[in-house]
Design a protein. Structure first.
Length: 565
């Protein structure tokens, strides 16, 4: 007897082949049988009613490294049909981390991923140091599958201490990093992540940016031993630098026989030819035998922020950045100082953001107010409110922030990657993988979730750029193949029963709503989904649209190919 049969489904197997009408049977967490007809009984039978049934979606670029230690569901990923998340991107993870470095690592993570300190500090237990201990800290509470990369910055910090922030490594230190990477891979790491661009909370390069080329080459040699992958953040806003980096990644891929993925591949009006130039370089490297995979998100960038913590909107506007980096009371004082305000207003109208985000302050939305008399402003544009009050929109934003003790929440909508005409072709390109969602910063901030639904709604239904089976492949089989997830991403007897049942006609990213921001007090805003009916993780029902989260924990740690074997 099977544990589960899902019948009367339009089955997409994750290979890109056209769907067929049939059923899938599950036993002991794996697909037991599938076909147009199935014989046999099951403990549970679900009638799909002709809806789509596919492998669970895989989110390859997340930062749930902290959140997963207290939220084994990686909320709200399951609601978007995601059954596997890949953490540890951009050279950062929560392990390996020595106890004396916890404060530094926490500060760097909060800075880059813009996680509120209250949520991070309340949730983190820090009852681990090694990578193995870190995975063990949440292994038994998972409702979703988790794969975690080892962060290059963390390897340097473990081996070199504070010197990791100051200099290149010696030959002995590189050898020790190689051995530490082997230990992480043996413990269950999926690969390595590094970055050429990120900065820490003190505006200094993260440790991996101090690595000489020989160090990265040596670490890639270890990845080659394991058949593991590497993720890299290049200078994604500069076409010339990005093409040079793609050539470097191509050489590393060929030399060590590894897959290298870079993220994000980001479109902007500031550099409208960047994506096509980068893809031409990727094609060249592919023709020469390299495996270089660009990751591209489907949705425009929305940034939600308050002024009580730094946010990427202001990172290249010096007066804004310096002001919001100050202690709370000093930021309030500067916002009310006539001289500082004059500089802030002038900088607000300075045009294109140098790293490809178009930030137009008057178009910011008042997302959330804390004072009752300001509640009617929620959801409205600063420009419109300012016109009614005969004032400047930026001055209005500062006044609201001061009045509400910096707790007013604003949203900058579609500040980049919003030219559908330019990105439709690249999204459909067989070389491009869907990714860079950045989920797990614990608030919307720079990550608004919903790449999966947005792919089907905008690029399948609206634009017709992909067929449904091609879209499913981009979220499942393609990601699994690129990242070495040997038993995920396809529907085949014997493979893991990660399944998503959804409505092709309605799947989309849903509204942004407030949910309790556990473990800290207050709320966070997350992007809900539409059209996702049921989600199974290793054969266990994890989420259904009607009942929400089941509470059953079927998730697992997904390891590197060598460990999985």
């Amino acid at each position: 007897m099977y544990d589960l049969i899902i019948k009367n489904a339009r089955i997409f197997d994750g290979t890109g082949e056209p769907p067929f009408h049939g059923a899938v049977a599950v036993s002991e967490g794996r697909i037991a049988a599938m076909g147009t007809r199935l014989d046999g009984d099951a403990r549970a039978v679900v009638d799909a009613g002709g809806r789509a049934l596919a492998p669970g979606f895989i989110d390859s670029h997340t930062h749930f490294d902290a959140q997963i230690t207290w939220d084994g569901l990686a909320t709200p990923s399951l609601e978007h049909g995601v059954t596997t998340v890949i953490n540890g991107n951009c050279s950062l993870t929560m392990a390996p981390v020595r106890a004396r470095h916890r404060e530094f690592v926490g500060a760097v993570f909060r800075q880059i991923e813009e996680m509120p300190a209250a949520a991070f500090d309340a949730g983190m237990r820090w009852n681990w140091e090694t990578f193995e201990e870190y995975l063990a800290s949440f292994r038994d509470q998972l409702g979703i599958n988790v794969a975690t990369l080892a962060g290059h910055s963390m390897l340097r910090l473990w081996v070199m201490g504070e010197a990791a922030r100051e200099r290149c490594a010696t030959d002995d230190e590189i050898a020790r990093m190689q051995q530490l990477l082997r230990e992480c891979l043996d413990a269950g790491a999926l690969g390595l992540s590094t970055s050429w661009v990120d900065i820490d909370h003190e505006h200094r390069p993260v440790p991996c940016r101090l690595a000489a080329p020989e160090e990265l080459d040596a670490l890639c040699a270890v990845l080659g031993e394991y058949g593991a992958v590497m993720q890299v953040v290049p200078e994604f806003w500069d076409p010339d630098l990005l093409c040079v980096r793609i050539d470097i990644l191509g050489e590393l891929s060929r030399r060590h026989g590894i897959t290298v993925s870079f993220s994000p591949l980001f479109d902007s009006n500031a550099t409208p030819d960047l994506v096509q130039r980068a893809l031409a370089r990727v094609r060249l490297q592919t023709l020469h035998g390299a495996r270089v995979v660009p990751q591209m998100q489907t949705r425009p960038i929305d940034v939600t922020f308050e002024f009580d913590m730094p946010t990427s909107v202001f990172s290249t506007r010096p007066t804004w950045w310096a002001t919001i980096l100050k202690p709370h009371a000093e930021t309030l004082r500067d916002f009310q100082d006539a001289g500082v305000r004059k500089q802030l207003v002038e900088e607000a109208y300075n045009g294109l953001h140098p790293i490809a985000m178009e930030v137009h302050f008057p178009d910011f939305i008042v997302n959330r107010c804390h004072l009752a008399h300001n509640k009617p402003l929620e959801g409205r544009c600063l420009r419109d409110i300012a016109a009614e009050r005969d004032c400047d929109p930026v001055e209005l934003m500062l006044d609201l922030a001061v009045e509400e003790d910096l707790k007013t929440c604003f949203t900058a909508l579609e500040v980049g990657h919003n030219n559908l005409e330019r990105i439709t072709g690249p999204i459909a390109d067989p070389l491009v993988q869907i990714g860079s969602g950045d989920g797990g910063a614990h608030v919307t901030r720079f990550a608004t979730y919903g790449d999966t639904g947005y792919l089907f709604s905008r690029f399948v239904r609206d634009a017709g750029a992909l067929t449904p089976e091609q879209a499913v492949y981009k979220l499942t089989g393609q990601v699994a193949a690129n990242w070495g997830l040997v038993d995920r991403g396809r529907l085949r007897p014997g493979l893991a029963a990660d399944l998503v049942l959804f409505d092709l006609d309605t799947i989309d990213r849903g509204p942004e709503i407030a949910v309790e921001d556990l473990p800290a007090e207050g709320y966070r805003y997350v992007r809900r989904a539409r059209g996702v009916e049921q989600v199974y993780v290793n054969g266990v029902l994890a989420y259904s649209a009607g009942d929400g989260y089941s509470g059953d924990r079927g998730g697992r740690i997904v390891s590197s190919p060598r460990v999985a074997a």
